[in-house]
Design a protein around this ligand. Structure first.
Ligand code: NAD
Ligand code: DAU
Length: 332
């Protein structure tokens, strides 16, 4: 049994991880989350008081971080500004949280000798051509495209430097696109599901040929727990579940699963610098650490996710109108 500090635990993937840990281990969890527009305290409702504590605060607050590190066995670092579109309109918070925030945690890990796992993204590798048989591996050179992905790449490099120069006990994972419950309505899949529920036509950027490699958030959680328990210090592990799909296919599937005409969507302005394709080769994680994904049927996982959004309108409705107004102002 261990006491884990989970940064960004009120966000999409962090909250899925906290629920996964409470259900599948006997660890206790403290969440440190600033509750930005993307954090939602309601995503952590129903957790047992004797195993779960919530602290509202900033990962760049060195005094608070130092106090929390004194009391935990390991840290799992999810907190970030996470949305590419936002990073194109206002990059500054991405630098503050993703770079300075990660630096603050690394300095605390160095002082306290704390084990830390850094959550990152496949976007650090840039993108692949549609017809390229290659997938990203741990050896693919970094080549990020957006302010978001460049700050994530920078944070990964800080972690590597703190391991090498200061002996910090860190691992890194780079995961592909997650889907599942508790994802903010600004993101692709929840945006389209909640659009259909509201009677708004789904919005596809450009021609919709861009490919993302989808993994269920619960599979991301089990992979992170595996790396935390068995990963080798200083190593990077790619996390993916062989889920490549183009955006047009995903929109059409959402519409079909929701009983609509699969063509009932609009093409809108494309994202600047839009990465074409991501694809993960997760052989290292599977072979060395024995991890396997549990959700292998994307259509079934998507149907469950649609059901979750239908049943939890109270969770997403407060953010919906402002999110759509913002997109509309950008022609998206
Ligand atoms: P999210 O935007 O849903 O959640 C981010 C959380 O971090 C929020 O709860 C927010 O309040 C918190 N936060 C932001 N700034 C903070 C700060 N300065 N101090 C403390 N808390 C702060 O993001 P997500 O989609 O859950 O992504 C979580 C992590 O996983 C990120 O590091 C992201 O880069 C990575 N990731 C995401 C995906 C994906 O598909 N969503 C895939 C791979 C990796
Ligand atoms: O690959 C991992 C990354 O996945 C994470 O690092 C990011 O934090 C996470 O947000 C996600 O990034 P993407 O930019 O791929 O996700 P997003 O949900 O914003 O968009 C997915 C795809 O759908 C992308 O090609 C853009 C497109 N899109 C998005 C929106 C919001 C649309 O076509 N229409 C939309 O309305």
């Amino acid at each position: 049994m261990a006491h884990l500090l989970v940064t960004g635990g009120a966000g999409f993937i962090g909250s899925n991880f906290v629920h996964h840990v409470i259900q599948n281990t006997d660890h206790t969890v403290t969440v440190l989350d600033k509750l930005t527009y993307a954090g939602n305290r309601a995503s952590l409702e129903g957790l047992p008081d004797d195993r779960f504590t919530f602290v509202q605060g900033d990962i760049a607050d060195a005094a608070l971080v130092d106090e929390l590190f004194a009391d935990v066995d390991a840290v799992v670092h999810y907190a970030a500004e996470s949305h590419n579109d936002n990073s194109l309109h206002d990059p500054r918070p991405f630098l503050d949280t993703n770079i300075v925030g990660t630096y603050t945690l690394l300095e605390a890990a160095r002082r306290h000798g704390t084990r830390i796992h850094h959550i990152s993204t496949d976007e650090v590798y840039g993108d692949l051509e549609l017809d390229d048989p290659a997938r990203f591996t741990e050896e693919t050179p970094y080549n990020p495209s957006s302010p978001y992905s460049s700050t994530k790449a920078g944070s990964d490099l800080l972690v590597r430097a703190w391991v090498r120069s200061f002996g910090v006990q860190a691992t890194i994972s780079n995961c592909s696109n997650n889907y599942g419950p508790y994802q903010h309505v600004e993101k692709f899949i929840p945006r389209q599901i909640t659009n259909v529920i509201r009677g708004i036509r789904p919005k596809l950027y450009g021609a919709g040929r861009n490919v993302r490699d989808w993994i269920h958030a619960d599979d991301h959680s089990s992979a992170v727990l595996t790396i935390l328990e068995k990963g080798r210090i200083g190593e990077t592990y790619l996390i993916g579940a062989d889920g490549e799909k183009d955006n047009k296919t995903v929109v059409e599937l959402i519409l079909r699963l929701m009983g609509q005409d699969p063509d009932a969507y609009d093409h809108v302005a494309d994202r600047a610098g839009h990465d074409l394709r991501y694809a993960i080769d997760s052989s290292k994680l599977r072979t060395e650490l024995g991890w396997q994904p549990r959700f292998r049927d994307f259509e079934a996982g998507l149907a469950d996710t649609i059901a979750w959004y239908r049943e939890h309108e109270d969770w997403w409705a407060p953010a919906k109108d402002a999110t759509e107004a913002f997109y509309a102002s950008k022609g998206q």
